[in-house]
Design a protein around this ligand. Structure first.
Ligand code: PLP
Length: 384
C-alpha cells in the first residue's frame, strides 16, 4: 500500500485458495445445501475442537437460533452486556425476551461477573456473555453463576474466533451454545455468515431444521416446525473452508499488527487498560494468565476530554478511516423507548463508549501503515 493511499478500517485477507474453492463450488452447480456446507461445518468443528458446528447465514441469525434453542421467550430476562454490537441484544427482542444489561469490567470490557450476579432475579432465564473485541469473557465465574441459579448460557463469540479463555479453553468449546460471525471485518470471513456450536445433538438437529424452513431431515416439503431461511450458500461455505485452513496464520498476523500498534503508540503514553494512566490513551487489555485475545479490531480509548469527532476528522483528512466503536446498546432509541433506559445507568460502559475509537486494522498492514496512523493520531491529539 502506498504511503499516500487511504487506509481503510478493515480489509479481508483473501488469496488463491479462496478463489480456488469458490470456483470449485461455482462449477459444481451445488450452490446451497451442497458438499461445501458439510465440509465447512466439519472443518470448523475440527479446528475449534468441538463435536459439531452448524453454519448459518450470519452471526445475528445464529444468535436468534441460539435464543430459540434455549427456549427464551416473552418476559424471560437475560443478563447481557451493554457494550457490544447491537445484535447480541436484538436477538432477545426477536423472541420478546428481555435484555437486562449489567455493567462491564473496565479492563476486559466484558460483562463484570459480580454485576451480572447482582442483575439476576427470579425472572432471569439466562446469561448472554459477549467476548468483546476478541477477549474471552469471565466464563468460569459466569458458568458458576448460571449453574447456581439454573440459567442457560448463550456465548456471543462473533468477535472472538480463535480466542482462548482464562482456563486455557478455546472460546466456544465449553459446552454452552456459542456463535461465531464471519462478516468481512472478522478474523475469518465468508462475506456474510455465522456458525453455531450446539450444546448437544438435539440442539444441533433443531438448529439445522430451523435454519432450513423447519424442515424434517428427510423430505423437502416436510415442515415439522416454524423455521426460517437462515441458510448459508455453498459459495460462502467454500470461502469459509479456505479461511479455516489458514485460520491460525490469519490470527497470528492480526496479533503481529496489534504488537506494531502498541509499539507505535507507546511514545503517546499509551498503555493497556488497567496498566497506565486511566485518563490517558488506553489500549485494549493485555492477556492475563492463560487467556489469549484473538485480535478483531484495534480500538483505543482516547485521553479523557479529547475531541473525538475532531480526531476522526483529522485522521480522515490524512486518508485514515476511523470509527466510534462501540455505542452502548441501552442508549439506542429502540431500547430507550421500550425499556426507558437513560444515561448514567451503566457508567463504565457509557464512559468507554464515549472515548473509544477504532483504528484501521487488517492483516496486510505493515510498519509503514501503522506508523502513519500513529503519527496522524499524535498530531490529531496535539502531540506530534
Ligand atoms: C459481538 C457481535 N455479535 C453479533 C454480531 C453479528 O454478526 P453478523 O454481522 O454476522 O450478523 C457481530 C457482528 O459484527 C458482533 O460483533
Amino acid at each position: 500500500m502506498s504511503g499516500e493511499g487511504i487506509i481503510p478500517l478493515a480489509r479481508p485477507d483473501l488469496g488463491p485458495r479462496e478463489e480456488e474453492l469458490v470456483l470449485e463450488a461455482l462449477r459444481s452447480g451445488r450452490l446451497s445445501l451442497g458438499p461445501m456446507l458439510e465440509r465447512f461445518e466439519r472443518d470448523f468443528a475440527a479446528w475449534i475442537g468441538t463435536d459439531d458446528a452448524v453454519a448459518i447465514s450470519s452471526g445475528t441469525t445464529a444468535l436468534h437460533l441460539g435464543v430459540r434453542a434455549l427456549g427464551w421467550g416473552p418476559g424471560d430476562e437475560v443478563v447481557t452486556s451493554p457494550f457490544s454490537f447491537v445484535s447480541s441484544a436484538n436477538c432477545l427482542l426477536y423472541e420478546d425476551a428481555v435484555p437486562v444489561f449489567c455493567d462491564i469490567d473496565p479492563v476486559t470490557l466484558n460483562m463484570d461477573p459480580s454485576a451480572a450476579a447482582a442483575a439476576v432475579t427470579e425472572r432471569t432465564s439466562g446469561l448472554l456473555p459477549v467476548h468483546i473485541f476478541g477477549c474471552a469473557a469471565a466464563m468460569p465465574e459466569l458458568e458458576r453463576l448460571a449453574a447456581n441459579r439454573g440459567l442457560g448460557v448463550l456465548e456471543d463469540a462473533a468477535e472472538a474466533t480463535g480466542a482462548v479463555d482464562a482456563e486455557g479453553i478455546k472460546v466456544g468449546t465449553r459446552g454452552n451454545i456459542a456463535i461465531f460471525g464471519f462478516y468481512p471485518n472478522k478474523q475469518l470471513v465468508t462475506g456474510e455468515g455465522g456458525m453455531a456450536i450446539p450444546s448437544d445433538r438435539d440442539v444441533a438437529a433443531l438448529m439445522r431444521s430451523e435454519r432450513n424452513q423447519g424442515r424434517a431431515e428427510m423430505g423437502w416439503l416436510a415442515h415439522e416446525r416454524l423455521g426460517f431461511n437462515y441458510r448459508i450458500t455453498d459459495l460462502q461455505a467454500a470461502l469459509g473452508i479456505a479461511q479455516v485452513e489458514r485460520a491460525d496464520a490469519l490470527i497470528a498476523e492480526r496479533t503481529r499488527v496489534a504488537q506494531l500498534y502498541a509499539q507505535a503508540l507507546e511514545p503517546l503514553g499509551a498503555a493497556p487498560a488497567g496498566q497506565g494512566d486511566p485518563e490517558g490513551l488506553i489500549l485494549l487489555s493485555a492477556d492475563q494468565g492463560l487467556a489469549r485475545r484473538s485480535w478483531f479490531v484495534y480500538v483505543v480509548q482516547l485521553p479523557a476530554g479529547a475531541d473525538r469527532d475532531g480526531v476522526i476528522a483529522a485522521l480522515a483528512e490524512r486518508g485514515i478511516d476511523s470509527k466510534t466503536y462501540l455505542p452502548s446498546i441501552h442508549l439506542m432509541p429502540h431500547f430507550r423507548e421500550r425499556f426507558g433506559f437513560r444515561e448514567g445507568q451503566l457508567p463504565i460502559a457509557e464512559a468507554v463508549s464515549n472515548r473509544s475509537l477504532a483504528l484501521p486494522f487488517f492483516t496486510a498492514m505493515g510498519e509503514t501503515e501503522v506508523e502513519r496512523v500513529a503519527a496522524a493520531l499524535a498530531e490529531a491529539l496535539g502531540r506530534p
